[in-house]
Design a protein around this ligand. Structure first.
Ligand code: AMP
Length: 193
């Protein structure tokens, strides 16, 4: 039996950077819901066509679409350590994910909440918008995305607290400092598994 790690937190909190760090350090396979949805949009699949309108507005894509896309990828990595980045964002997604990870023999043993100040986030997202030209990192969309996901919904935190696997890291310091806090949490979770 192996284990997966779930990242919770807003866009700009550094989840992608830290998912890459866990890949290097411990061999976790990053599964990023935003990236998977963008692939669907670029390929022009039916699900991608529906998702695109929500993503352009900075709104959440409906649960059944994002869940189908992410769970297909999770099933493909069955038996491997995975780090879930950007998924789940709702309790319905969390329940679907729990069952899928268990079926993939890689249950979630750690859920990490990236805690970060809203103003720091806005600055980071604006910088990323200038660097990467992502359509959903435009200033107008950033406001909507922050409103939609700046704080992790309490029921989602409760879900992982009830599972006994919730931990929080302060996502404000440098990536190296965040990685060191995270590494300690992940190493402990691996030891328990
Ligand atoms: P991200 O790359 O995580 O910032 O996600 C980009 C966009 O994809 C978001 O603004 C949402 O529209 C959509 N998205 C990503 N993950 C989810 C999710 N778990 N549930 C619903 N929509 C999502």
């Amino acid at each position: 039996m192996t284990l997966s790690v779930v990242f919770l937190g807003p866009p700009g909190a550094g989840k992608g950077t830290q998912a890459a760090a866990l890949a290097d350090r411990f061999g976790f396979i990053p599964v990023n819901s935003g990236a998977l949805l963008r692939e669907e949009v670029e390929t022009g699949t039916r699900m991608g066509q529906v998702a695109a309108a929500y993503m352009e507005r900075g709104d959440l894509v409906p649960d059944e679409i994002v869940t189908a896309v992410v769970l297909r990828r999770v099933a493909g990595h069955s038996g491997h350590r995975m780090v879930l980045d950007g998924f789940p964002k709702t309790t319905a997604q969390a329940v679907a994910m729990r069952d899928a990870l268990t079926a993939a023999r890689s249950p979630a043993r750690l859920a990490v909440e990236f805690a970060i100040d809203r103003d720091v986030l806005r600055q980071r997202l604006l910088r990323r918008a200038r660097q990467q030209h992502r359509t959903d990192d435009r200033p107008a969309t950033i406001g909507r995305r922050l409103a939609a996901f700046a704080t992790t919904p309490a029921p989602l935190l409760d879900f992982y607290r009830d599972e006994g696997i919730l931990a929080t890291v302060d996502a404000s310091p440098t990536p190296v400092e965040v990685a060191s806090a995270l590494t300690a949490l992940v190493a402990a979770a691996i030891d328990r598994t």
